[in-house]
Design a protein around this ligand. Sequence first.
Ligand code: TYD
Ligand code: MG
Length: 460
Amino acid sequence: MAKPKSIYICSQCGFETTKWNGRCPDCGEWNTLEEGVAPSVSPSSGKARQRSTRDLSSAIVGIGSVDARHDEVRYSTGLSELDRVLGGGAVKGSLVLLGGEPGIGKSTMLLQICQFLGEDHTILYVSGEESARQIKLRASRLGVDSENLYLLAENDCEAICDVVVKEKPEIVIIDSIQTMSIQGLSSATGSVTQVRECTNLFMCTAKSEEIPFFIVGHVNKDGAIAGPKVMEHIVDAVLYFEGQRNLSYRILRAVKNRFGSTNEIGVFEMQDKGLAQVENPSQLLLAGRPTDVSGCCVACVMEGSRPILAEVQALVSKSVFASPRRTADGFDYNRLYLIIAVLEKRLGFFFGGLDVYLNVVGGMKLDEPAADLSIALALYSSVRDKVVDEKTIAFGEIGLGGELRAISFAEQRIREAERMGFEKCILPAQSLSSVDRSRFGIKLIGVKNLRQAFDALEKK
Ligand code: TYD
Ligand code: MG
């Protein structure tokens, strides 16, 4: 028998090559090629492929004759924020990957949902990281004591799949994929080959037994799930749990979902008794903001179908450097430059000798053009040292001519601003024309360009 051929796989991008290199030829990362074994290839594959003798004509079906009378079964997790991101709960037989940096709260979240899921379903929680005792200690802190929750501290992937087939739990949780391994493979636990093969095996079990699997995947410092893209295309849904270590709230996003939209986000707060849902993120983000300081303005961005308000702070001060400093936290750096250029060219403000520091409070990222206007107003407020009224909110996209362009979801944004107690809303005139004014009690000011927006700040 021919000796299995070695191949080298990049742990960053999944690139495969037969020759070892110090640097991956595909993604350019250094020292990421790991040895793996190439799948055995049949001797005939090098020559002309032989025709298959199987006749598949009878397997072809018309879409109308496929039996789909049973609706897809979804398990609600008890956390409505998580259900929303999943598209209404976990689908039977699906494989959900929950990615995030170590310590962000993945294990905590999955253990927490066991309490609700355990009321009606049996759950097998497999951990390759913690012992059953450690999980029990954490569970009691989180108030999880469901009788239907079974623990297994194991990292042999094949043995786990066998026990799942035998015991037939209704839901399986694997924590984490990087600790799972298949004994027959020569590569080390956590390597690309192991991660990929283990995911494949779990996928087969999930589909054949119709059991939903939740799999934890750690994200390395570069933001890729270790054993990276190789996993994402196999699983049904990829959720990322994001947040900053020094801030208590976390955002859950779907980057892929075969059973729902990828626009939705879920917001959680890490407390001493586990994760709590944040149903009103705007309130959390605006809490304790200063009301009599120049350079602050509130923005409204859409996260999926939800409008979220966040505070923008700008500080413009005299520079002591030859080339002034510009920093942007939570906002695109290049877009800040663009807005500064528009302010200089179209409105005659001069930022030449001034440092500009921009910060979006609470670690939110404003990556929607609708945030432009509030950034410009915050800069204006800081340069002129004029306080923007605390009950004023603004949104709109800025064009290179200094004009304000229409934005989508104007009504939803206005409603959220009104709900949060704002009294004045500055928005592009074009967006205002499509809004039914009579439905809102908040004062709406439509503006065509930045000059009008600055004037609108003074209006009572
Ligand atoms: P964990 O779920 O273990 O992270 P992951 O599985 O993503 O690596 O979360 C650990 C962090 O969460 C840890 O820094 C402590 C914090 N934490 C709390 O603040 N409160 C709690 O009730 C729990 C269980 C954890
Ligand atoms: Mg963990």
